[in-house]
Design a protein around this ligand. Sequence first.
Ligand SMILES: *Cc1c(COP(=O)(O)O)cnc(C)c1O
Length: 446
Amino acid sequence: MTNAAAVRGGLSDEADTAVFDDLVAGRPTVWIPGAAADDTRASIVSSTRTPALTPALIDAAEERFRWFAPLFEELFPQTRSQGGVIESPLEKVASLSRALGEEFGEDFPHELWAKRDDALAVSGSVKSRGGIHEVLEVALGAARDLGVDLDSGPLVFLDEAVRERMARMRIVVGSTGNLGMSIGLMGAILGFSVTVHMSLNAKAWKKDTLRASGVEVVEHDTDFTQAVHAGRAAAEADPRAHFIDDENSLSLFAGYAVAGRRLAGQLAAASVVVDEDHPLTVHLPCGIGGAPGGIAYGLSTEFGDAVRCVFVEPVSMPAFLLGRLTGLDDGIAVADVGLGALTVADGLAVGRPSRFVGKAVGHLLHGYATVTDDDLLRTLAVAEATAGLRLEPSACAGLRAAGRFAGAGPTEAPGTHIAWLTGGSLVPDQEYEALLEAGRRLLRDP
Ligand SMILES: *Cc1c(COP(=O)(O)O)cnc(C)c1O
């Protein structure tokens, strides 16, 4: 347990203290780290920054996705037009930007684009890259250990005899929902036995979908961090289990980073210039920090200082912001400052950030924002009405935050903006209708 008053007293200036007070009060806030503070943080982290983080990590992940592409083409028809590459479109959403501006009374960016991971194959969320990548890496290792001949390509994983052997290996993961979906569904496809430890926030329909695919779901009446710990302990007791560690995994991170790189190609194809004079601001919903961190790292290898990444969290669970603001990273949890209430953004319901992402990429980030549940629901309803988008609440965080950075003032960011829409297409109709109705009610009666 960390003492909140002592943490507040240790903050470097008034601006940081004001952000801390906003966080503790559950008020939506924006934090742009000061240059001086950035320097100290950079010097603290340079000694501990993980040495394994190099662009070669992204190369290797891209190569794995490429090797498996023929299998994806076979299994997921929607990837065929892209040669088996699991990638989402980038779309300009000018009218949505205007509608959000009217709804929230803020200047939303003129040049607003949406990165449509809500429509990504397999899990319908940003987790399709990270989670799948680690499963692919584990599958290749397991196949080699089991003496499976990989020379004939990835379709060997559809072979019954190979699947029987793969089923002896188990993949274990702890999840708020979407990571479990991505890993569970992909793991089952490759023949693994999979166990997903789900936290209190995880939605029933995600558990049902997984069970229907033959995945073992263990329900925990605890938060995400404890679900992860339970999963880790169970995997350690089983010599044939591989634990996918959302708090610490470089493989997940590398899979996410591939998206940053591919986005550079999509922007070029859309003739969007990104350079020092034409900055790109990317608004990323953040839970433990792995997905947005990997994407931010991938983008930084392409665009350097011309890209500005913003991490966005719910007011009740600003774990990553709190860790960065205090310099404590995973040494502080939202519960330490009295936060942690349930949020409608289940994909972001994480109380303690990743063990390495803050230190690894914190110095690359431009800013942070927190958003209320009501604003997420309003955004969800506006996105449906204006652009026909079917988003889950977590995916609305980047969209909502875009309005905090486009207007005049200290947070102004000219140039192109992208809201990363991190999930939604697999939300069942009934579940989605209830969210939409809640959002519409708030639009009528804010
Ligand atoms: C997991 C998730 C995120 C954030 O990813 P982290 O790695 O937890 O930071 C954002 N949006 C959705 C929909 C997610 O499922």
